[in-house]
Design a protein around this ligand. Structure first.
Ligand SMILES: Cc1cc2nc3c(=O)[nH]c(=O)nc-3n(C[C@H](O)[C@H](O)[C@H](O)COP(=O)(O)OP(=O)(O)OC[C@H]3O[C@@H](n4cnc5c(N)ncnc54)[C@H](O)[C@@H]3O)c2cc1C
Length: 412
């Protein structure tokens, strides 16, 4: 080495700032955190997001991507509160996807513009009257044989198929879209403690970044948008009024070369879909049928091998005319994280709750992200959070990247 050159060890990287100032700190980068980062940023608030792991690695990339209007929850016959809160969402998403809202999702891929509901045999009478009712008119259409997805055009299929106006989005492209232009504001790290003022309000968060450096982030408000991670964040902040519930699922993936993209709920005898299938292209040119619904809920007590046997049994029973012989199978467990409800029932709208100037939030469904945005905005306005400009130097700090989907990591 030339004596005028410095040894590599002394090459310095720009210093990590010890203090960062922002209007709103978001903890957790799934759909909730990333949607809010974009929404609040576009409205003029300075926001920073801290993600512990990889963006979307909790529930968001594991979701089926269905943007639904709640009809599948109304199968019991009543359009209940859940259906009311959710029924505007598909139209709201269409506006987001057309770039007509504050959050512009025009670069998000829609993988299905409609969905289907099918019944293998004769439709139970409670469904026939429900589908014919005034409540669902315009939202659901019975299809003739030649209008059905190719899979159901087989002679062997003698049941009914209905078309829903719900859509399905590609979740990686959704997260990519939300990150565009705000990449520098998404840091990888974890909050280790919170600082409070004399009134007990949380005014700063101590964060250890993934390069092991610590920063103190000063903020007017902090939003816990960490999905299942909200439980430990709330404990750390001594917040007691926003308890969480987990609903475990055991999801099944069937990877094949069949020419049948399917986005559909299979009806059984109960008031919930027996199975929900979405289809996703894989990097090696195949397709994964991603199986949720009843099979994922009841599968939590099966190990992976037994769940695969159950998946095979279910697909063979539903589509006996299709050869699934070359299909590869994989499963994984994942929890849905939601605000605690009595009896583990499903919550009926997005949730945002304030304590100590912090906001704990769960969208409860990907679909409800716009509803979540409305609720958070109302709380922030109520708190009187102001919009400021700061000169933080964030470029040298470690950034969180977007995770990959299970069908790209679990099939080897
Ligand atoms: C299998 C499955 C299928 C689903 N299908 C649908 C569907 O089709 N349609 C629909 O509307 N909804 C669906 N959902 C629900 C939907 O996916 C969730 O409601 C939504 O993704 C939750 O988003 P989130 O941002 O709150 O949480 P998450 O997506 O879980 O994101 C939380 C993020 O916070 C990070 N984090 C955790 N702890 C910390 C911490 N201490 N500090 C910083 N970061 C932290 C995590 O790493 C993660 O990236 C489904 C859910 C599951 C599990």
């Amino acid at each position: 080495m030339d004596s005028t050159q410095k040894p590599y060890a002394t090459i310095t990287s720009p210093e990590t700032p010890a203090d960062i100032h922002t209007d709103i700190l978001l903890l957790g980068g799934g759909i909730a955190g990333l949607y809010l980062l974009k929404l609040l940023g576009n409205l003029g608030y300075d926001c920073i997001l801290i993600e512990k792991d990889q963006l979307g690695s909790g529930q968001t990339l594991q979701s089926q991507g269905i943007i639904h209007g709640g009809l599948k929850y109304a199968l019991g016959g009543n359009l209940n509160a859940e259906s009311d809160a959710i029924k505007e969402m598909p139209d709201r998403w269409r506006k987001l996807l057309a770039g007509e809202e504050t959050v512009d999702l025009s670069n998000t891929k829609v993988i299905a513009k409609t969905q289907h509901m099918w019944s293998a045999g004769k439709l139970a009478s409670k469904f026939t009257s429900f589908f014919a009712s005034k409540l669902v008119r315009g939202r659901i259409d019975k299809l003739k044989k030649d209008q059905m997805p190719a899979l159901f055009q087989a002679q062997q299929f003698t049941g009914s198929v209905y078309k829903l106006t719900d859509l399905v989005v590609d979740t990686p492209s959704l997260l990519n879209n939300l990150c565009q232009g705000v990449e520098q504001r998404i840091l990888q790290g974890e909050a280790t403690s919170f600082g409070t003022d004399e009134t007990g309000n949380i005014t700063s968060s101590n964060v250890t970044l993934s390069n092991n450096k610590s920063v103190q982030i000063h903020h007017q408000t902090v939003i816990f948008s960490a999905g299942a991670g909200n439980e430990s964040l709330a404990n750390l902040a001594d917040i007691k009024s926003a308890p969480m519930q987990r609903r475990p699922l055991h999801m099944v993936m069937a990877k094949h070369n069949l020419p049948y993209p399917l986005y559909a709920h299979g009806l059984g005898t109960g008031s919930k879909p027996r199975i929900t299938i979405t289809s996703h292209a894989t990097d090696d040119g195949k397709m994964v049928w991603y199986l949720g619904g009843e099979i994922a809920e009841s599968g939590i007590n099966r190990d992976s091998e037994s769940q695969i046997i159950e998946g095979k049994k279910e697909l063979n029973a539903l589509f006996p005319w299709v050869d699934f012989g070359d299909t590869e199978w994989a499963t994984f467990f994942v929890d849905r994280a939601e605000p605690l409800q009595r009896g583990l029932i499903k919550p009926d709208c997005a949730y945002a709750h304030e304590e100590k100037n912090a906001i704990v939030t769960w969208p409860t469904k990907l679909t409800l992200a716009p509803d979540l945005g409305d609720r958070i905005l109302a709380l922030i306005k109520q708190q009187g959070v102001t919009q400021n400009t700061y000169s933080n130097e964030l470029s040298s700090l470690p950034k969180a990247s977007i995770a990959i989907q299970k069908w790209e990591s679990l099939f080897v």
